[in-house]
Each structure stands twice: as C-alpha cells, then as structure tokens.
Design a protein around this ligand. Sequence first.
Ligand SMILES: [Zn+2]
Ligand SMILES: [Zn+2]
Length: 223
Amino acid sequence: RSSAEALALAELPPVWVPDSSAAECVICDAVFAYLKRRHHCRNCGAAICDACSPARWPLWALPTSYTADTRFRDRVRVCLSCDDDAKNFQEAVLAGDANQAEAIYNRSGNVNLRTPFPYHEDRACPVHLASQSGSIELLQWLIVTKHCPTISRTVRGDTALSFAAACMHVDAMSWLVRVGASTVRDISDRELLLGALHAALDAHQLDPDLERRILAVNHAAEA
Ligand SMILES: [Zn+2]
Ligand SMILES: [Zn+2]
C-alpha cells in the first residue's frame, strides 16, 4: 500500500453511528433516554453514554480531519475503549514491544499512529517513543509498513533521531539514517550529537582517532 493511500486511510474521519441505530451505549448497554443522553466518541464515532466517555483528548491527539467542526473547543470527548487502547498502545511502544503494539493496533482499529499520544506532555508520536525504546522491529513497522512520517517534532523540538540519540540506541540511530528516515540535521543539540557519536564509536569499536579527525574536518569547515 502506498504512503498516500495509508495517509488517506488514517485521515478518514470516524463514521458517527446514526441515532436511529444506536438505542443503547455500546460499552455498558444502558438504554439512551431523556436522562441518559447519547454522546459520540470523537475518535471512533461510537454512540456512548456520559459515564462511558469520561476522557477528553486535546485536539492535537486526533487527525485534524476528525475535528474539523470543533474549532471552538480544545478538547473532545473520547470513549473508554479508545482511551484504554491509546494508553496501552503507548505503554507497548515505550516498552519496545512490537508484537504487543501491533496486536493492540489491529484489535482496536482506532489507534492513531501519526498523531501525538493524548497523555504525553511533550506531544511525542509513536515514532518518537519507538526510537526511545530502541526497537528496530517497531520502527520498521511504523515507518516502513505503516508509512509514518519521521519529520515530526515534539513541542520541545525532538525528532525520532534525537530520541534514539538521547537514549544511546546506536543501532536504532543507524537504522533511521540508513533507511533515509532521518538525517543528522534532525539533531540540533550539538552535545547530544557528540554524545551519540561517542556511543557509536564505543559500540562499533572504531578507531578512536576517527572522531578527532571528524571533529577537525568539522572545525576546518566552519573556519
Ligand atoms: Zn455507557
Ligand atoms: Zn471511541
């Protein structure tokens, strides 16, 4: 499947279950009535009651097409099922558990791969936390299979590559650069870049003089 197709599918807003076919809450089976109002989950479109949709996600945690008609609110109602899936998915990605992450994604059908996690204060996306975990299997699934973009930055300006560098995941860094998902320019923090370079040299037991020569070339280029 092409990346354009994957993007179009990911951006397709949920279909709101019509009121006529939703007599009861899909989660607790309570029958909707005057005092049991019907609501819709902004993430999956299911008809749910108030008790089964206590979570409110910030707009940035959903694809923009899902919230096109909610310009005047900064948070939207989400059902318990979507909320649990998002939390469990974040946990699996952070743990670098590719099997678990894929299983949650496939079972749910409503996990967003291209938007930040609703409860991550720096607004990290799955590619960021996959890099933080260092799991190449997970990066492969997100970037190659699911066409997730790697140019996105968190609110702190961090990229997939800088997350991997901060955690000294040398193999993940190599993979990101080798498949063309990242470039060294993705790390704007020079100390972080040098730290990662040290880690790479240690990991691959390269000639320690190489780093000095690289730095000398760098300084010459800047002079
Ligand atoms: Zn309910
Ligand atoms: Zn939902």
